[in-house]
Design a protein around this ligand. Sequence first.
Ligand SMILES: NC(=O)C1=CN([C@@H]2O[C@H](COP(=O)(O)OP(=O)(O)OC[C@H]3O[C@@H](n4cnc5c(N)ncnc54)[C@H](OP(=O)(O)O)[C@@H]3O)[C@@H](O)[C@H]2O)C=CC1
Length: 504
Amino acid sequence: MRVGVIGAGASGLPAIKCCIEEGLDVVCYEKTSEVGGLWNYRPGVRNVGATVMESTVVKTSKEMMAYSDFPPPENWPNFMHHTKVKQYLQLYAEKFNLLEKIQFNTQVNMVTRDINDKYHVKLDSGKVEVFDKLMICTGHHAEPYHPQLNDVHKFKGKIMYAQEYHNTKGFEGKDVFLLGIGNSALDIAVDLAKIAKSVTISTRRGTWIFNRVSMYGMPYDTIYQTRYYDWLMDAIPWTVANDFMEHRLNQRLDHEVYGLKPKHRLFQQHPTVNDALANLICSGYITVTEDIDTFTPNSVIVKNGREFPCDIFITCTGYTFGFPFIDKDILDIQNHEVPLYKYVFPVDNSSISVIGLIQPIGSIAPISEIQCRWSVKVFTDQITLPSKANMVKDIEKKKKIMKRRYFDSLKHTVQVDYIKYMDEIADLIGCRPNIRKYLLSNPSFAVQLIMGPNFPYAYRLEGPNSWAEARKAIEEASERIKRPLKNRQCQTKKHKYSSTKVRI
Ligand SMILES: NC(=O)C1=CN([C@@H]2O[C@H](COP(=O)(O)OP(=O)(O)OC[C@H]3O[C@@H](n4cnc5c(N)ncnc54)[C@H](OP(=O)(O)O)[C@@H]3O)[C@@H](O)[C@H]2O)C=CC1
């Protein structure tokens, strides 16, 4: 069976690996000269799709964003700079001999399907390759969403999109105005805060801000992405769960006082994560203001009438997605609505899978990986998909749940919760961690699986393609998290209680 993989980023690499593991004949096409997808920083290179900026640091911690059988080097920081993420992907590709399957500098221009259900992949060289199965791993942060802006033609300064922002060069001493308050806007604002003359963020809705570094200085996802916490959040009333977490976030930064508080509740939005924002607002480097009303040639006027001088206007309004290189009869995505079974398979066709077209509360890499593991089992008929009617029912159910939970926005059409989604796919593969088994055979490990972070390694404990080192990787992960933090031995001793008063 010949499988084509399109894209060699964080989704494409596990796709190649899974195909090799199943003994499939796999070829991957990557339009750039390297693996890594958007984790390749390419300033000045145009039309290569999504790319990080010079200062980008990933928002999920390294042990939680790892592939399930490949922990990142233990001395690397918990939140990796993009160069480290790229290096991790490169190491993964080398370790599992994936590079030899990739044709670099090769763009796929068109995919069609013939009457025998074979895929014809037309490359930019004009060559056409034929495949039995296809895995689409091109990501969904390539095409910026362009909002309609009132009177923008009056503005005579520079207008650009977040995707075009690479680093602080050229912004020195400028008045910069950012539209949107997602992670792109905040990363750019923080980057420019001490370089630009002024940095203003305009938001029509506000947002809740999470911090990367949470209680006891630990990565937030290692604290909140646990089975225990997941169960707790499901068990307590929705309002109480929101009240509790909003209270936590307000203790760090009062969202009302800082003009950030949105109408929606915390769990109704995709997380915005930033540690530096509060400090920079408090120190006067960044201003957060209302939605835009109108423009003048050199300023932006917002809805409460305030006017902000502006040399450079950056729209940070997110991305739109679709697959322009695939025949619409095979795959058609309109208005961000994704008619895919569990975000992977079209309901009438199990020979093509879409990997990583999700926006998780958690990390994409392990989710893409488990989607790949499932895909190849479907391709090789080891797993059968349900009837079309049942798949449609599942898609509709997910849509309804998403609409009920999140505020109405184009960015909330592919939301998944990391643990729930991983478990859902793991059940189909047969690799969900068997906690009941460990409760009897090794209760302390079972407790770790329940109370500790749900590391991706848990999905290699059992089932097909399990990994002998998985348990060790889980047991030692907490130590690996602490290792890069502690570079000095603290010479402290426990202080005894003394009734002597402190003299001042
Ligand atoms: N370091 C990292 O790991 C980074 C990760 N990312 C990820 O990339 C993805 C995309 O993030 P991002 O680029 O920030 O996009 P988002 O879609 O997350 O945010 C877009 C922002 O633009 C606003 N907006 C959209 N349309 C309009 C409009 N017409 N008028 C006014 N405001 C508008 C939205 O407001 P509203 O909420 O009201 O719709 C929102 O505040 C996310 O998953 C994010 O987590 C991004 C940057 C860095």
